[in-house]
Design a protein around this ligand. Structure first.
Ligand code: HAM
Length: 443
């Protein structure tokens, strides 16, 4: 029988896992440097948590089944609804704003394509309980800092910023009734991926019964989505409102405050205005953003935005929220492409070479004591000559070979050989642990 992994599921051999873990560790450090605390939601949830809250596209991609207790359940396709529940149900007892992050595997039954898998890791960071623009700026700054922590620069990625509030104001000015706004936004989100004809068709489906001329609106939506400069955006709305709409003026002011905060945080060079960013998930209510690589395939690295009504819609108190999710697949591909793949930090510290079978007892005692001191050690399980053991030491990838021969044992010392420089020193048995700890600190 030939067992294979399922389509879209990866198996991680140690070296690849080590690189992935290094990415996770940089993400963790970035989130902690912004004062975020780590949390973890369950992998399996009630189906309705996602069918009601995530929106059309994710609904069709769910890994769903009925469990043995007859419950309709789904593997999580994203973490945001679970986070909203976890925070909402304990909101009274939590210090606000709640700043939490998580790293975990999500599952979506996606169509096979490069950069999209059916099981992928996602790093999420969210702030709940604060509706200020300063908070949006903070989460975007963390998104940028998290990618920078991997060595990526503004030449390699950009964050495109759109705004669902401005989209709503635009659609209202075009006579789209309130109930139709979310379906039209979800159609607009698909626009870039399909032909103009297909888009007109999707849009006319979303507008069915509204009385709006969908062909005319399709053209205007395309124009609006192509705005990618803030002054152009201001001009566009000036044309519509003649400077009299106070809601609109306040929103344009929010944009200025957002950019000012990002500038003060040293991140404004990474962020560009792009009304083509609408986001597919149904719960977004304000600023929305996606990070894209600007080299190679131009794929999305992360996406997020403000979702002020999700916690309330789950039946809890009104709690404004903003956050992002960043995937490991496209980020690892990009790091590989630009030659910045993280180094394997799992290298073995020492390989112990045992000079004669009678020294095995002493060698194992030394290995055990070093391991207790946090130093990683291997030794050969079978007795053999020096030559074979040196070969084993080399192929183990260890930084040092510890040589315990008859002479050394008699004198109570160990010969330590640096396997990359070839340098050798004799160190007292009792000092080996200290010597190696200091050496590994220097690395
Ligand atoms: P999303 O845009 O669906 O947002 O996903 C965010 C990121 O996860 C994407 O940009 C991509 O890097 C990665 N991703 C998504 N689907 C896949 C897939 N099938 N294969 C590989 N990578 C994938 C969300 O999930 C929101 N919950 C993010 C959020 C958090 N918004 C507010 N807080």
């Amino acid at each position: 029988m030939d067992f294979r992994t399922l389509p879209g599921f990866r198996e991680f051999y140690p070296e690849i896992l080590a690189a992935r873990n290094e990415i996770f560790s940089r993400w963790r450090s970035a989130a902690r440097s912004f004062g975020f605390k780590e949390f973890e939601p369950p992998v399996l949830e009630e189906l309705s948590l996602f069918t009601e809250k995530s929106g059309e596209e994710i609904r069709s991609q769910l890994f769903e089944f009925v469990d043995k207790g007859g419950r309709e359940v789904a593997l999580r396709p994203e973490m945001t609804p679970s986070l909203a529940r976890m925070v909402g149900s304990k909101a009274g007892g939590l210090r606000k704003p709640v700043k939490w992050f998580a790293i975990g595997e999500n599952y979506r039954y996606e169509r096979q394509q490069k950069g999209r898998l059916r099981a992928f890791y996602q790093y999420n960071a969210d702030i709940l309980g604060d509706d200020s623009v300063a908070c949006d700026a903070e989460i975007m700054a963390l998104l940028v800092a998290s990618l920078e922590s991997l060595g990526l620069t503004k030449e390699e990625f950009k964050v495109r910023l759109g705004d669902r509030k401005l989209w709503v104001l635009f659609l209202k000015s075009r006579g789209v009734p309130e109930d139709y706004v979310v379906p039209v936004l979800s159609a607009a989100d698909k626009m870039a991926k399909i032909s103009p004809e297909a888009f007109s068709e999707v849009l006319s489906g979303s507008l069915k019964g509204s009385g709006v001329d969908s062909d005319a609106l399709a053209r205007e939506i395309r124009n609006f989505a192509s705005i990618n400069d803030f002054s152009e955006l201001e001009k566009f709305f000036e044309g519509i409102s003649k400077g009299e709409d106070s809601e609109l003026l306040a929103r344009l002011e929010d944009w200025k405050v957002l950019f000012e905060s990002l500038e003060n945080l040293g991140k404004s060079d990474f962020v560009v205005c792009d009304m083509g960013i609408v986001r597919g998930l149904a719960y977004y209510t304000g600023f929305v953003f996606e990070a894209f690589q600007t080299v190679g395939t131009g794929r999305a690295l992360a996406g997020g935005g403000r979702y002020d009504s999700l916690v309330r819609k789950l039946g809890y108190q009104d709690l404004p929220a903003v956050g992002f999710g960043m995937g490991d697949v496209t980020v690892s591909d990009l790091l590989e492409l630009v030659g910045k793949k993280p180094k394997n930090k799992d290298a073995l510290d020492a390989f112990l070479i045992i000079g004669s079978p009678s020294l095995r007892k002493k060698a194992l005692n030394i290995a055990s004591s070093l391991r207790g001191g946090g130093i990683s050690v291997e030794y050969p399980f079978k007795d053999s000559g020096f030559g074979k053991q040196f070969k084993q030491a080399d192929s183990s990838g260890a930084k040092f070979a510890l040589i315990l021969g008859e002479d050394e044992a008699e004198k109570g010392v160990v010969k330590i050989k640096n396997l990359s420089s070839g340098e050798e020193v004799f160190v007292k048995e009792t000092e080996v642990r200290k010597f190696l700890s200091e050496k590994s600190k220097l690395d």
